[in-house]
Ligand binder design. Structure first.
Ligand code: DGP
Length: 115
């Protein structure tokens, strides 16, 4: 991965983006191409992990922090219920290789999201 990633560049203000939440180790932005009324990305500040498999093995506590941030976003921007998606690998739809979770809220019943 070439550093810094697109997400880090948003965090540092190098490129524009709406930062929804910023904690010591994790931040969240609104997805540029929303697939639901709430569509945020939860991202660890470190670029060390390219996907959730690496993150879970290397720092499970940080993964738990990402889930807690996802819940906070759902509480603050939706009704508290949310779908959490990690794409892992290009053939699974991953395009940015700095681990991130998609948080989707206010989905219609039966919605299937192809991310
Ligand atoms: P994935 O395909 O799972 O790697 O998700 C990458 C997401 O990142 C995709 O849904 C679109 C989003 N994205 C890409 N570039 C930008 C950007 O410049 N700004 C914002 N806000 N989101 C971006």
């Amino acid at each position: 991965m070439t550093s810094p990633s697109i997400f880090t560049r948003i965090l540092t203000g190098d490129i524009p983006g709406e930062i929804l939440l910023d904690t010591e180790r994790v931040f969240a932005i609104r997805d540029i191409n929303p697939q639901a009324p709430l569509h945020a990305l939860v991202i660890p500040k470190t670029e060390q992990y390219r996907d959730v498999t690496e993150l879970a093995a290397g720092d499970p506590g940080l993964l738990a922090e990402m889930v807690a941030v996802a819940k906070r976003l759902a509480d603050e921007h939706s009704d508290g219920e949310y779908r959490l998606i990690f794409n892992n690998g290009a053939r699974a739809g991953q395009s940015v290789f700095h681990v991130h979770a998609h948080v989707l809220g206010d989905l219609e019943e039966g919605d299937l999201v192809g991310l």
